[in-house]
Design a protein around this ligand. Structure first.
Ligand SMILES: Cc1cc2nc3c(=O)[nH]c(=O)nc-3n(C[C@H](O)[C@H](O)[C@H](O)COP(=O)(O)OP(=O)(O)OC[C@H]3O[C@@H](n4cnc5c(N)ncnc54)[C@H](O)[C@@H]3O)c2cc1C
Length: 313
């Protein structure tokens, strides 16, 4: 079916929502990979969002939510869906009590959690090292250094069809780099309420610094990537130690392997980096190669942590 994009844009513009046509999605991705999208819509409020989602549904144009683009591999041909990027009020965050904050889904995780930490709140320092937006982090239950987003979440506000629903943490299924929202593709995260507590500012500052330095030491810096490509398999070795994906990739000698401009990082081999003009298909090739080699040698099926955004083969 041919979608009358011009008519759809006309209807969307009645609400003054920001619309961009024929945008290379590479500019919205930390991999700097991705083809041209026919339509990028940037709703600035819940009303704008509801209107956009209803119109897209009326015109039968599928859509995908794009946060900071730090956990996705965008297709080289993302031409069969529209992209929604939350903006405006969705970027805000506010203190709502002595120990709680409301954070919009489009807020940038690193500065927000750093700022709240520097206000003297503890237990959030690890979150300030994860790039991307709060919405993308919630969906994935992003985490690091033994902590995860759902440690601090109390409520998640979600748009389902045209209804805003407030879900308490106890009503949400979540686990290691997983939440129910990954399956419910019609749920749009609007914002979260987090619970925290006051701590000693000097200790917090030290913890922020330590975590930043730990990352610098172990990960490729200022390189185009989407972080860890594979989840850790949650399997232990004979001594009871958890096996990490990077160890398996290292043992099948794929550190430094390239395809086009895509490379399995020398520094952290669970990262794939784009050295210039890598295509999604190049990264996909390396992902499949890793999975095959690891399975053939260890019988372990690695699961992707990054998500494919559109068709990739
Ligand atoms: C250098 C580097 C280091 C990283 N380190 C870590 C780490 O330590 N721990 C970790 O967990 N991750 C890490 N990541 C991965 C990534 O930063 C996180 O997964 C992050 O939370 C993704 O957020 P995002 O906004 O970029 O999501 P995106 O990549 O934009 O999207 C991811 C998914 O979320 C969906 N989505 C986005 N916003 C919404 C919304 N509002 N409602 C519904 N769905 C939405 C998208 O459709 C997509 O399915 C790292 C990435 C990089 C580049």
């Amino acid at each position: 079916m041919v979608i009358p994009i011009q008519e759809l844009i006309f209807d969307l513009s009645k609400n003054k929502v920001n619309i961009q046509r024929d945008q290379p999605l590479s500019k919205f991705s930390s991999f700097k990979i991705g083809g041209v999208s026919p339509l990028v819509i940037e709703p600035a409020s819940v009303d704008d969002l509801v209107n956009a989602v209803c119109l897209l549904s009326n015109y039968s144009l599928p859509y995908k939510l794009l946060g900071g683009g730090t956990n996705i591999l965008i297709s080289d041909t993302p031409d069969d869906f529209a992209v929604i990027r939350l903006s405006g009020t969705f970027k805000d965050y506010n203190q709502i009590s002595d120990s709680s904050f409301y954070i919009g889904a489009a807020a940038n995780t690193t500065p927000v959690f750093r700022n709240i930490s520097l206000m003297g709140y503890t237990g959030l320092e690890f979150l300030s090292t994860i790039p991307g937006s709060v919405g993308g982090a919630v969906i994935q239950n992003a985490g690091c250094y033994g902590g995860e987003f759902f440690n601090v979440i109390q409520f998640v506000d979600v748009l389902k069809k045209d209804k805003v629903i407030r879900l308490a943490k106890s009503d949400i299924d979540y686990g290691y780099r997983w939440t129910q929202f990954l399956q419910e593709k019609d749920s749009i995260i609007l914002g979260i309420e987090i619970q925290t507590e006051k701590g000693d500012l000097e200790t917090i500052e030290l913890s922020l610094k330590e975590k930043r330095e730990k990352r610098k030491a172990s990960q490729p810096e200022n390189r185009k990537s989407a972080g860890s490509v594979f989840k850790n398999p949650k399997i232990q070795d004979e001594s009871g130690k958890e096996i990490k994906s990077w160890e398996l990739i290292d043992k099948v000698n794929l550190r430094g392997m390239t395809k086009g401009d895509a490379e399995i990082s020398q520094k952290h081999c669970n990262f794939i980096i784009n050295n210039g003009n890598a295509k999604a298909s190049d990264v996909h090739f390396l992902i499949e190669l890793v999975k095959e080699r690891v399975y053939n040698k260890f019988g372990i099926t690695l699961e992707k942590e990054i998500e494919y955004f559109g068709k990739i083969n």
